[in-house]
Design a protein around this ligand. Structure first.
Ligand SMILES: NC(=O)c1ccc[n+]([C@@H]2O[C@H](COP(=O)([O-])OP(=O)(O)OC[C@H]3O[C@@H](n4cnc5c(N)ncnc54)[C@H](O)[C@@H]3O)[C@@H](O)[C@H]2O)c1
Length: 317
């Protein structure tokens, strides 16, 4: 028996519930401590209550974790990542987005030399592990005959307008929150090359951005819509293979998909409905992270590429 991975979970808000649910199912981990200044009571984990602290600095005085999971508001990620890199030897799983801007990314890069940034920092790009995305990526790989992806349209809606200023405090903006999910999902299908336009509206609660990509040697464009002005969550993407007339439609909310050409239904995908959506993302994500060979989509270089494209001043065509 190898020793269980000692985990420290920092931030006990909405997404921490999913981390706790997935970690609780893994016999290879032990939750050693939690951190959240906004909460006094420890969490219950597999029938016990791990130590709880009000700040990460103090927690790292007392614990030697193997993995620190950062599930705190987006604008705290960079500072807490630096702290955990310098005050521990743990690997870090940072919630997406890794950082809130390119300057914060540069500061993390500067730590290389003092800490193994590229070897220790992983980002929870969970949409890249969603079952319908996995299905569509395999379909694409097995159909070179469909030619390149020539256009993508993706629309991600979250009902965060109901959470008011709290949503901006946790997630910054719709483009910061959903844009990074859309970009990490797209890395499964195409090679992103650059932001070509960015328009944020509704004080940051909505966005319309375009990103160029390469697919099978050709250039295409992805149109990315996101907004919090909705009563329910709804997320869909469509991939068009313009040369062959094939379209792949994936519904990220329902975790379903289909491929069609004209009136021909070419392939379909559904799930058995037993696994909640976020667990369906984070379960394979942790499998990959703890496998010894984490998927590159979790790695620092992917997060750096996504951050630079996401935070770029759009290139004139
Ligand atoms: N909610 C989701 O569905 C979801 C999904 C994927 C990723 N994320 C990402 O996860 C992060 C957190 O999102 P959330 O929805 O859980 O937010 P949240 O606001 O519900 O929770 C954040 C928690 O972090 C705590 N916190 C704040 N500063 C802290 C600090 N310095 N140290 C320790 N704890 C601190 C807060 O008290 C709060 O309990 C965000 O970056 C978000 O983009 C969220």
């Amino acid at each position: 028996m190898t020793n269980p991975v000692r985990v420290g979970l920092v931030g006990l808000g909405v997404i921490a519930e999913t981390h706790l649910a997935v970690l609780a199912e893994r016999p290879d981990v032990r939750l050693e401590f939690t951190v959240d200044p906004g909460r006094v009571a420890p969490v219950e984990f597999r029938g016990s209550t791990p130590a709880h602290h009000g700040d990460l600095d103090r927690a790292l005085d007392e614990h030697r974790p193997d993995l620190v999971v950062l599930a705190t508001p987006t604008e705290t990620h960079a500072e807490l990542t630096s702290l955990a890199l310098l005050r521990s030897t743990a690997r870090l799983l940072v919630e997406k987005p890794l950082v809130h801007d390119c300057a914060a990314l540069a500061e993390l890069r500067e730590l290389e030399g003092k800490a193994d940034v590229r070897g220790r920092v992983f980002t929870a790009h969970h949409f890249a592990f969603s079952p319908e995305v996995d299905w569509a990526a395999e379909l694409l790989a097995s159909h070179p005959d469909w030619g390149p992806v020539t256009a993508v349209t993706s629309a991600f809606y979250d009902p965060y307008v109901l959470r008011g200023p709290e949503a901006f405090a946790s997630y910054v903006s719709s483009w910061m929150d959903s844009g990074v999910n859309q970009l990490s999902m797209l890395t499964r299908f195409v090679d992103l090359t650059g932001l070509t336009s960015a328009r944020e509206t509704d004080s940051g609660a909505s966005a319309w951005c375009t990103v160029d990509f390469r697919s099978r040697g050709e250039v295409g464009t992805a149109r990315l819509r996101s907004s919090w002005l909705t009563g329910s969550s709804s997320k869909e993407s469509s991939l068009v293979f313009g040369r062959s007339g094939v379209e792949v439609w994936i519904d990220h909310t329902a975790m379903t998909g289909f491929a069609a050409r004209g009136d021909d239904l070419l392939a379909t995908f559904g799930t058995d409905g037993r696994t909640p959506r976020k667990v369906a993302h984070y379960s394979p994500l942790y499998d990959s992270l703890l496998s010894g060979r984490p998927d590159p989509v979790l790695g620092f270089d992917t997060a750096a590429t996504i951050t630079s494209i996401h935070g770029a001043v759009p290139k004139a065509r």
